[in-house]
Ligand binder design. Structure first.
Ligand code: NDP
Ligand code: GDR
Length: 370
C-alpha cells in the first residue's frame, strides 16, 4: 500500500486530494496545524478514529514553519509521495503578512525538501509543489505556459517563486523526483470564504434570502481562468506517476472577469443585475423580478466596489495554456465554468436556507455586536 503525506490537508485542495487518494487505496497522512478551534470541517467525512486498527487516514500536528515537526513526521511516515499544499494562500493577506507568507510558503518548501534529503529519502519520496499562476503576475505572454517568464506581483507570489525554483534546484542537484504543478485558480463549494468566487456565491445566496444587504468587492475587471478543484487534484497525483519529474501548467484555457462571475452566480439565483458607473464608483442593482418587498420598477443596491479590496499591485489577467498537460497527462477539465458556478451557488443557497430557518424560528436574534 502506497503512503502519501499531504501538507495543508485541512484546506480546499487537501480535502479533495485526501479523498481521491483514499479511494485509490493509499494510506493517507495529513499535517494539520494546532488551532484553538477545530479546523477539520473539510475532512471530517474522511476521519477515522485513532483507536481503529489499520486505519488509512492519519492526522499529525505540524507546521511548515517548524522543521522539527516536519522531520519527525516524514521520518515516522516514510512516505512514497509528499504533496506540499500548505500555504498562507491569500494574495491580499500576503501584503499584510509578508514575512509570515515568505516563511511558510517559501522556506516551508525548503524545509520539506531538506527533511527528505536529511532522512536519505531522495530516491524513495516523490515531491509535489503547489505552484501557482500568480508567478506570471504582470503577464509577459498570453496565454501563459510552462516557458512563459515569471513576474510575481505580491509577497505571496514572490514566496511561491522561491518555492518553485528550490523545487527545480533539488530535482537537478540531488536527482529527486520533485515537480511543480503551476495551477491556475480552482474553486469549489469548500473554497475559503474570502476568495472572490466563494465570497460572491455565499453573499448572493444570502442576499437572495434577505440575510445580507450588499456584497462589497474590489477590482471587478480582474480576469481569471477558473477551474474546479476536484478536477485539478487528479492532475497533482498524475504528475507524480510519470517516468520523469516535470513541471506542468493546469488550466482550462478559458477566461472570465470577476464581474462575469457575479453575473453568472446571480443568474443561477434568478437575480438580474443592472451595472452602473465604473471603477471604485461601480454599483450593481437587483432589478425586477425581485423580492416581494420591492414594488414594480424598484431596484435594490446589492453590489458595490470598495477600494479596501484593491491590492497594491494587481494581477489583472491570467489565462493558461494547458497543452503540455493535455498531451502528456491526458488532461481534460471536466467541469465547465457554468457548472462550477452553479454547484457553488447551490451549495451556498442550502447553507443560507439553513441560516434562514434558524432565524425564522427565533434562534438568530443574538447579535455579537450588541
Ligand atoms: P487553502 O488556503 O484552502 O489551504 C491551505 C492549507 O494550508 C490549509 O490546510 C491551512 O491550514 C494550511 N496551512 C497554512 N499555513 C500553514 C502552516 N504554516 N503550516 C501548516 N499548514 C499550513 O488553499 P488551497 O487548498 O486553495 O490551495 C492549496 C495550495 O495550492 C496552496 O499552497 C495554494 O497557495 C496553492 N494554489 C492554490 C490555487 C487555487 O486556486 N486554490 C491555485 C494555485 C496554487 P488551516 O486550515 O489551519 O488554515
Ligand atoms: P487570487 O484569488 O488572488 O487569484 O489567488 P482571489 O479569489 O483572492 O482574487 C481573484 C481576483 O479577484 C479580485 N477581487 C477580489 N478578491 C478577493 N479575494 N476579494 C474581493 O473582494 C475581490 N474583489 C475583486 C482580486 O483582486 C483578484 O484579481 C488565488 C489563491 O487561491 C492563490 O493561492 C492561488 O495561487 C491563485 O488563486 C492562483
Amino acid at each position: 500500500m502506497k503512503k502519501a503525506l499531504i501538507t495543508g490537508v485541512t484546506g480546499q485542495d487537501g480535502s479533495y486530494l485526501a479523498g481521491y487518494l483514499l479511494e485509490k487505496g493509499y494510506e493517507v497522512h495529513g499535517i494539520k496545524r494546532r488551532t484553538s478551534l477545530f479546523n477539520t470541517d473539510r475532512i471530517d467525512h474522511l476521519y477515522q478514529d485513532p483507536h481503529v486498527e489499520n486505519r488509512r487516514f492519519v492526522l499529525h500536528h505540524g507546521d511548515l514553519t517548524d522543521s522539527s515537526s516536519l522531520i519527525r513526521i516524514i521520518q515516522q511516515v516514510q512516505p512514497d509521495e509528499i504533496y506540499n499544499l500548505a500555504a498562507q494562500s491569500h494574495v491580499g493577506v500576503s501584503f499584510e503578512e509578508p514575512e509570515y507568507t515568505a516563511n511558510s510558503d517559501g522556506l516551508g518548501t525548503l524545509r520539506i525538501l531538506e527533511a527528505i534529503r536529511i532522512l536519505g529519502l531522495e530516491k524513495k519520496t516523490r515531491f509535489y509543489q503547489a505552484s501557482t499562476s500568480e508567478l506570471y503576475g504582470l503577464v509577459q505572454e498570453i496565454p501563459q505556459k510552462e516557458t512563459t517568464p515569471f513576474y510575481p506581483r505580491s509577497p505571496y507570489a514572490v514566496a511561491k517563486l522561491y518555492a518553485y525554483w528550490i523545487t527545480v534546484n533539488y530535482r537537478e542537484a540531488y536527482g529527486m523526483y520533485a515537480c511543480n504543478g503551476i495551477l491556475f485558480n480552482h474553486e469549489s463549494p469548500v473554497r475559503g470564504e474570502t476568495f472572490v468566487t466563494r465570497k460572491i456565491t455565499r453573499a448572493l445566496a444570502r442576499i437572495k434570502l434577505g440575510l445580507q444587504d450588499c456584497l462589497y468587492l474590489g477590482n471587478l475587471d480582474a480576469k481569471r481562468d477558473w477551474g474546479h478543484a476536484r478536477d485539478y487534484v487528479e492532475m497533482q497525483w498524475l504528475m507524480l506517476q510519470q517516468n520523469q519529474p516535470e513541471d506542468f501548467v493546469i488550466a482550462t484555457g478559458v477566461q472570465y472577469s470577476v464581474r462575469d462571475f457575479v453575473n453568472a452566480a446571480a443568474d443561477v439565483l434568478g437575480i438580474k443585475i443592472r451595472w452602473e458607473g465604473q471603477g471604485v464608483g461601480e454599483k450593481g442593482y437587483w432589478v425586477s423580478p425581485s423580492t416581494s418587498s420591492m414594488g414594480a420598477g424598484d431596484e435594490k443596491l446589492i453590489v458595490a466596489v470598495d477600494s479596501r479590496y484593491f491590492r497594491p499591485t494587481e494581477v489583472e489577467t491570467l489565462l493558461g495554456d494547458p497543452t503540455k498537460a493535455k498531451e502528456k497527462l491526458g488532461w481534460q477539465p471536466r467541469t465547465s465554468f457554468a457548472q462550477l458556478v452553479s454547484e457553488m451557488v447551490r451549495e451556498d443557497l442550502k447553507a443560507a436556507e439553513r441560516d434562514d430557518l434558524v432565524k425564522r424560528h427565533g434562534f438568530a436574534v443574538f447579535d455579537y455586536h450588541e
